[in-house]
Structure formats: C-alpha cells, structure tokens
Design a protein around this ligand. Structure first.
Ligand code: KIV
Ligand code: ZN
Length: 400
C-alpha cells in the first residue's frame, strides 16, 4: 500500500503516518491545560512539523473542546483533523458537527474490549461491544469517510476477540484500526506480535487504504519501544505526543519515534515519515511553554542535556569527531549546536576550545594557569560559565 521504490537506492520505503494526539491525550496530562488560542497555535505548528493527523480534542467533553476541534479543522489544511468520540450516538453526532467544515475530517470512535473493562467498567458481553462498535462506526461514516476505531485496552484483550472486532469494524467502514496499549502494560515482542497476527488474519489490512495503528502509554517506560515493535509488526500509523506528554506516565514521544526510525534505518528498515525533523526542538519548546509541563533535562532528543557533554573524555572525543559521542546531529532536530559544559569533569581540550570561542588566544603556559584555576573553581561550583572563564583570564592577564 504505502510502499514505494526509490530510484537511487532501489530500496523499498514504507511510509509511516504520524498521528499526533498532544491536543487530546496529551492535554489529559495532570497539570496541563491549554486555552483555545494556544491549541490553535500548537495545531499550526504541528502542521508545519508535518504530522499526518492531528487529534484536536474530544468534542462532547466541553464547549471548549468542541470549539477547538471545529477551529482547528477549518484552520489546518494539510493534516487530517480528528475528533474523539465514545460509542455513544450523541458523542458521535457532536464530533460530526465539530468537524462539519473541516478540510480533512476524521471521527475516532473507541470502545473498551478487554475482560477487565468488559466486566467492571462497561458491564457488557463481548458480542454487545462488537455490535455497539459496528453501529458506531456506521453512524460516524454518515458524517465522514475517514473513521478510526480503537478497542480501548486492546493490548490486554484476547487476541481472537481483537481479530473479530477488527474485522467487524473494517466491514462496517472503519479505515484505521488503532490498538491501544491503554495502560502501558505491553512489552515489545508481545505488542508487535498483535500487529503481525492481525495482518495475517485479516487480509483487508494494508489493502484498500486500511491502516493498523499503534497507541502506547508509558507506564513501564516502554511506549516508544512498543511503538517501534508495532511498526515492525505492520502498524502504518503511530499515535504519539510531543515530549511524550499524556495520561499518567504519558504517551509515546513523537520525537523519539521519528528519530529512532531515522537514525536506525539500518535496523528497522527504510521507514519514512513526513516530519520535518528540524522543527522538532522548536515544537517541543512551544508545547512545554504553553502547557507548563517542563521537559526533563535528560529527556531523549529534546532535553537540555541531550546534546551536552561534560566529561573530559567525551568532550575531547566530540571535538575530534562529533560522532564519537553523538548519534544524531543536533541541527537535524533544530538544536543549533552541541554544548560542551565546563565543569569538574572537563579537560584542557574543552577549555582551550571555549577560550578560542570567547576570542582569547592564549599560550600554553597561560592555558595551564587558566586550567588550574578553572579546576579549583569547578570543584566548588557545578558549572563554570563563560563569565567565570573571562574573569579568570582577565585576572591572570592583569598580573602578567
Ligand atoms: O489510551 C487509550 O486507550 C486512548 C484511546 C481513547 C485511543 O487514548
Ligand atoms: Zn491514550
């Protein structure tokens, strides 16, 4: 389906759709809240970033969510805009209304299928859930041609049930079936197997524009690993959020999935996305500042420390050849440059490099004196800033 042959490399490439749910599942993060204007601003940035689908909200939940889905659907032209809905007629109708004037509308309906959700939350038998889901997909199709169905807690659902409901909703008109790892319980081999098995059992998948999709939560810190396993198993859409924000421990982080597929194409195969990776870092900053959710310093790809080196051995290596300690070029992500942080672990090489950047040309004996004073200072404070180095050099120069 989405597999093409490139002329130059004669290697098949498979296009992976990026479905961003920052504005829906991401906004469900405790502590995050966005007003209407902020949501529209983020949606515009997601369009520039190149995501394929923006899940803009859950229209039945509030007038605010309804209005945001409506505005984003009209504002954004490139990506598909999705509104979430339970398998409840008034939810579906509200989503349909919110998306009525959208350029590329999608209704995303979900219904829980796992034993624990069937027995304790829905108190319904599996057959009733299949009927409800099929009826809901049909109802959503009365509003739009693009309907996604998610069996909530899919990864904890018996595989034969998952296959049955997937086939039934496809027959009813669903064009994407998303298998959520709602509580982040899965492990990669197990989650990937679900996709391979559904593809094996249901021939419509990958034909006639029918996509399988992953949606992973990060309760065990496996959301990205599980998403990549799903891709290897045959998922052609990946649901994720900027900075991995979302319910509890969050969702799979968009930036990590995209950069893993790109950096390790030798391992995963030639999967391509439409993401302009140079916009990843600015998007991360925007989402962090508008949601108020800060990004941990050591967060992969976009954290403050992701391209910072403090140890002398690493700094020396990076100065000789960046790839000794960097597997990605920071500029590919929109980070202007790597940082050599001067601290007690730093060496003479990094200090000499920083002096040069600060415009000093010092001789070997002077460098040695600056280095000794720098080390003494670094022992007292965590990071040594440019102003500290300038003060040391100026003092030594005055003396000489
Ligand atoms: O985690 C989940 O199951 C969801 C569904 C609504 C797709 O967010
Ligand atoms: Zn979710």
């Amino acid at each position: 389906m989405a597999t093409t042959q490139t002329d130059d490399e004669q290697q098949p490439t498979t296009r992976i759709r990026i479905f961003d749910t920052t504005l829906r599942d991401g906004e469900q993060s405790p502590g995050a809240s966005l007003n209407h204007a902020e949501k529209v601003e983020i949606a515009r940035q997601l369009e520039r970033l190149g995501v394929d689908v923006i899940e803009a909200g859950f229209p039945i939940t509030s007038v605010g969510d309804f209005e945001s889905v409506r505005a984003i659907g009209q504002e954004v032209e490139g990506p598909i805009v999705a509104g979430l809905s339970r398998c409840v007629p008034r939810d579906i109708d509200r989503a349909g209304e919110a998306l009525k004037d959208a350029h590329k509308p999608r209704i995303h309906v979900f219904c829980a299928t796992s034993k624990i959700h069937r027995e304790h939350k829905l108190r319904k038998a599996f057959d009733e859930i299949v009927k409800l889901s099929v009826d809901s997909v049909r109802r959503a199709r009365e509003f739009v041609d693009d309907v996604e169905f998610s069996p909530e807690d899919g990864s904890r659902t018996e595989l034969n049930y998952l296959a049955e409901i997937t086939a039934a909703v496809i027959e009813a008109g669903a064009t994407t079936v998303n298998i959520p790892d709602t509580v982040g319980y899965s492990v990669p081999a197990e989650y990937g197997h679900i996709f391979a098995e559904l593809r094996r059992q249901i021939p419509e998948i990958d034909r006639d524009g029918i996509y399988l999709s992953s949606h992973c939560h990060n309760d065990l810190g496996l959301a990205v690993a599980n998403s990549l396993a799903a891709v290897a198993g045959g998922a052609r859409q990946v649901e994720c959020t900027i900075n991995g924000i979302g319910e509890r421990a969050g969702n799979a982080a968009l930036e990590e999935i995209v950069m893993a597929l790109r950096t390790r194409s030798d391992h995963f195969g030639r999967y391509v996305t439409n993401i302009d990776t140079t916009r990843i870092y600015p998007t991360s900053r925007m989402v962090s500042s508008l949601t108020g959710l800060s990004v941990q310093r050591n967060k992969a790809v976009v954290g403050d420390n992701a391209f910072a080196h403090e140890s002398g051995i690493h700094q020396d290596g990076v100065l000789k050849h960046r790839e000794t300690y960097e597997i990605m070029d920071p500029r590919d992500i929109g980070v202007p440059a790597s940082k050599l942080v001067l601290g007690k672990h730093s060496g003479r090489h990094a200090l000499a490099d920083r002096l040069e950047q600060l415009g000093y040309s010092v001789e070997e004996s002077m460098l040695q004196q600056v280095y000794e004073r720098f080390k003494a200072l670094a022992d007292k404070k965590k990071d040594v800033y440019d102003e500290d180095i300038e003060a040391i050099v100026d003092q030594l120069m005055e003396k000489s």
